[in-house]
Structures are given as structure tokens and as C-alpha cells.
Design a protein around this ligand. Structure first.
Ligand SMILES: Nc1nc2c(ncn2[C@@H]2O[C@H](COP(=O)(O)OP(=O)(O)OP(=O)(O)O)[C@@H](O)[C@H]2O)c(=O)[nH]1
Length: 366
């Protein structure tokens, strides 16, 4: 039912935070932290995932008070249907009688947050109901350097750079994996890309939520989008326009609204995903051997691995998490009565689909 908006309801827009960050930076870890923190806010989370097989929904731990919505699979920044799905979900959320305090949109690790942010300004009536609060970019202190330096990108966007350039706040996560000098050097580097965003650090995404929610970077962001009325202040959250333009390899940010599914900019075409989903169990030792082998041979080009697997003889689901050569494979919640199945997704450069499928098949239990 579309209840007419009361004046107070219409004027109190729901703040939306866009959470961005390269593959494996720790966005889902942050969501889990937020969803289970006792902060007294009613928050809805919208997820977008890049990868042939959806895993993220299951990696977010159920919470009684907050809700999780998944956008159709595909990259939200370059696929019109995914953006339409985002708008549809937000519309549903704002029409609910129980008012939300905050909406958090997690974009896929390869997304450019810019067109996503624009959705909230141009797609009225949504723009009358929600306020873009801020774009928060999370970076992996250990791995971001290599992605910023990616020399193999030629004429296509470097999403890792774009995400930082767009941000109102940058969270340097995984500081437990590096030393202080590395954090200082990385902060310096981030400063070079984005002169104004405040930088905070975290380990396992444990951050004071007031440092990422309710920032009110809206006015400055309006300015960034160039649809402001000139009243937007250029205070502490103002974006560095020029920094972005320097890294703007052929984006057309004003043209994202076309209702076709043609990307309006180029992702690195050599980066893709291979998904595997089978109603079968794996042999633990064989699977672990294969993962160790992948770490040795493909640690650099395998940006991300995620999986939920049924292991023969084990009651618990096994969760696979990999970011380059840092790989975890461990038991999580029990399957109970749910059908046992194995799903995994690889995201990386020049992936060999046939080889991955064959090697996985060889790990299945008899
Ligand atoms: N050592 C360490 N590991 C972390 C930290 N934060 C997250 N991780 C691990 O890094 C891996 C990736 O974390 P996620 O939260 O799934 O990353 P993401 O940004 O959602 O990844 P995508 O879905 O691929 O975009 C997981 O294995 C996490 O447990 C941290 O601060 N330190």
C-alpha cells in the first residue's frame, strides 16, 4: 500500500550510505559487525555482488533486528537492470510504515560508486525520500597497493582508484596485517588521490559507527554530482573533483541512465568470475590440497575466492574465504536439515574456467 506521506515523514529523509571497496576489503565483515552491534538504529542493508554464484547473502550472519536485501546479480555500477533493482528495493523500504534510520548499500567489489550515488539524486521520487549520507570506501591495507598500481590496466578504469577518489571517508582495514609505517605510507597515498576524505583505520572492520554513519556529506556530494543548486558548502567532506577527473578513463557519469544494459564504462575485461554450484560434497583433504596449490600458482591473479561447501563426514558448512594468497577454510554453522551443496566463486584475471571446473570435480567425494 502506498500511504500518502505526512509532512514530517517527507521531510525526514532516510540517510543512505554507500559502502564501497575493492574485492575482499572487508565490506561484508563490516556489515556483520554493524548488524550485530548494539547501536539502537534500525538499518536495512542492500547487497550487490559480482560473481556467477551468489555467496554473500549466506556470509552475512542472520540478525533479528536488521534486514538484508540482495540486488539481482551483476555489477550495480554498469548494469541498468541492477540499478533499477536497487531503486525498486529502496522504494519498498521507504514505503514501509516502520521508518528505517539508515540504509546501507554495499556495492560489489568491482563497482564504481559514482553511478550508484547518482541513482539517489536522479531517480526521483527516491531522491525526495532518501539522502545520500556518504560514500565510505574500505581498503585492504595489505593488498590495495597492488591494485592501485595495476599496470595491466590499459584504457579501462581502475576501480580501486575510483572507489577511493569518490569517497567521503576511507577506512583502512586489516591494519593487523601490516605495520605502522605501511599504514602511514598508504594514508599518504590515499591522500594523494583524495585530498579531503577523512581516513580511519580498523582491524576486522571494528570501527566506531559514528565515524561512518550520519556523516552528512550530502551537500558536498550534491556538488560533486553537478546537479546542486550552488548552495552546497565545500566543507570538510568536499570531494576533490580534479583528482577524480585525472582518473576518469572514459566514464560518462552523466549518461548512466540509459535504459539498456550496455556498460557506460569499461571494467578491466580480463577480470571475470567463474562460479561452481553442485549438489555434492567435497573430500576435505583433496580440496585443501587444491586450495594450497591455487595459492602457490595463482595467488596474484586470483583476487577473490568465496565458497560455502559441504564436506563429506562433517556436519558443519565449511566457509572458504580467499583474498590473493590469504586463504581461510573453516567450519561454520551446521547444515541441520538444509540440503547439502557446494558453491564457490572465483574472481580474478584470466581465469581458466575449464581447469577450475576440472580440478574442482576431482575434489568431490565419492
Ligand atoms: N586479517 C584480517 N582479515 C580480515 C579483516 N577484515 C576482513 N578480513 C577477512 O578478509 C576476507 C574478506 O572479507 P569480506 O568482508 O568478505 O570482504 P568484502 O569486501 O565483502 O569482499 P567482496 O565480497 O569480495 O567484495 C575474509 O576472510 C575476512 O575474514 C581484517 O581486518 N584483518
Amino acid at each position: 500500500m502506498n500511504a500518502p506521506l505526512t509532512a514530517s515523514r517527507a521531510t525526514r529523509k532516510i540517510p543512505v550510505t554507500i559502502l564501497t571497496g575493492f574485492l575482499g576489503a572487508g565490506k561484508t565483515t563490516l556489515l556483520n559487525y554493524i548488524l550485530h552491534e548494539n547501536h539502537g538504529r534500525k538499518i536495512a542493508v542492500i547487497e550487490n555482488e559480482f560473481g556467477e554464484v551468489g555467496i554473500d547473502g549466506d556470509l552475512v550472519l542472520a540478525s533479528e533486528t536488521e534486514e538484508i536485501y540482495e540486488m539481482v546479480n551483476g555489477c550495480v555500477c554498469c548494469t541498468a537492470t541492477v540499478r533499477e533493482d536497487l531503486v525498486r528495493i529502496v522504494r519498498q523500504l521507504v514505503e514501509r510504515p516502520d521508518r528505517l534510520d539508515h540504509i546501507l548499500v554495499e556495492t560489489s567489489g568491482l563497482a564504481d560508486p559514482y553511478p550508484v550515488a547518482q541513482t539517489f539524486f536522479i531517480d526521483d521520487p527516491i531522491s525526495r525520500e532518501v539522502n545520500l549520507d556518504a560514500i565510505v570506501a574500505m581498503v585492504d591495507a595489505k593488498h590495495i597497493g597492488a591494485h592501485l598500481d595495476d599496470i595491466r590496466l590499459d584504457g579501462v578504469d581502475n576501480q580501486a582508484v575510483d572507489q577511493i577518489v569518490c569517497a567521503d571517508r576511507v577506512v583502512i582495514n586489516k591494519v593487523d596485517l601490516v605495520d605502522e609505517a605501511d599504514v602511514a605510507a598508504l594514508s599518504e597515498r590515499i591522500r594523494g588521490l583524495n585530498a579531503t576524505a577523512e581516513i580511519v583505520t580498523s582491524s576486522y572492520a571494528r570501527i566506531d559507527l559514528t565515524s561512518i554513519l550520519g556523516l552528512g556529506a550530502f551537500e558536498a556530494t550534491r556538488k560533486l554530482m553537478e546537479i546542486g543548486d550552488g548552495s552546497g558548502h565545500s566543507g570538510e567532506h568536499a570531494h576533490d573533483h580534479h583528482a577524480h577527473d585525472e582518473h576518469d578513463h572514459g566514464h560518462d557519469h552523466h549518461d548512466h541512465h540509459d535504459h539498456d544494459d550496455e556498460p557506460d564504462h569499461l571494467h578491466d575485461p580480463s577480470v571475470g568470475s567463474v562460479g561452481i554450484a553442485v549438489d555434492a560434497e567435497v573430500d576435505l583433504a583433496a580440496f585443501e590440497r587444491w586450495i594450497a596449490e591455487l595459492r602457490e600458482t595463482h595467488g596474484e591473479d586470483l583476487f577473490r575466492m568465496k565458497g560455502i561447501l559441504a564436506v563429506k563426514g562433517e556436519d558443519d558448512r565449511y566457509v572458504l574465504q580467499g583474498v590473493h594468497s590469504l586463504i581461510e577454510f573453516r567450519p561454520a554453522q551446521p547444515w541441520n536439515t538444509e540440503p547439502r551443496s557446494s558453491r564457490l566463486v572465483f574472481i580474478g584475471r584470466d581465469l581458466d574456467r575449464t581447469a577450475l571446473n576440472e580440478r574442482f570435480a576431482a575434489c568431490l567425494a565419492d
